[in-house]
Design a protein around this ligand. Structure first.
Ligand SMILES: Nc1ncnc2c1ncn2[C@@H]1O[C@H](COP(=O)(O)OP(=O)(O)OP(=O)(O)O)[C@@H](O)[C@H]1O
Ligand SMILES: [Mg+2]
Length: 150
């Protein structure tokens, strides 16, 4: 296991957006093929900021913005980054209608915000990260959630 994943298992505190971006950047380079990424955490904890770091690690130059109407965006890079923001996914809208299944494996890297809204997409190949803001602190915290099967 890479030292970054070991550090994420313990949890990493970041005190600036740049630090969060730097971790995403390193993780993008360390992720095994066919792995996708689920970013858990409340509004404003830094999920999209982390995706910016992932994009940087994949040498994607196009700026990352939160997908709105289309729910997900694809960016061309060393891997094709699929950024899914499931926040606005309505209960009537099935995951199948997104036709995103093919994006869960190489050469795509799928990164999911609000993964609780798309449980169908989360499996043993999903690295789960919990993001949070420390109480009484400006620091943000990123920690890997252990797979119960791991
Ligand atoms: N250490 C930090 N890491 C990440 N973001 C930070 C940090 N410190 C401050 N911020 C700020 O917190 C905000 C995080 O916003 P971001 O859009 O990344 O959150 P989000 O989790 O994607 O929110 P949403 O649920 O609305 O999509 C940004 O304004 C960012 O500048
Ligand atoms: Mg976001």
């Amino acid at each position: 296991m890479s030292s970054l994943l070991e550090a994420l298992n313990k949890g990493i505190l970041t005190s600036s957006t740049e630090e969060t971006i730097a971790i995403g950047e390193q993780l993008a380079k360390a992720l095994a093929p066919d792995t996708s990424l689920a970013l858990y955490g409340d509004l404003g904890v830094g999920k999209t900021t982390f995706v910016k770091g992932i994009a940087k690690g994949l040498n994607i130059e196009k700026p990352i913005t939160s997908p709105t109407f289309n729910l997900f965006s694809i960016y061309k890079g060393e891997k094709q980054l699929v950024h899914l923001d499931a926040y606005r996914l309505s209960p009537e809208q099935s995951v199948e209608s997104l036709m995103i299944d093919d994006f869960l494996k190489s050469p795509y890297l799928c990164v999911i915000e609000w993964p609780d809204n798309v449980p169908e997409l989360i499996d043993a190949n999903t690295l789960k990260l919990q993001l949070s803001i420390q109480t009484n602190s400006t620091e943000h915290f990123i920690q890997a959630i252990q797979n119960s099967t791991a």
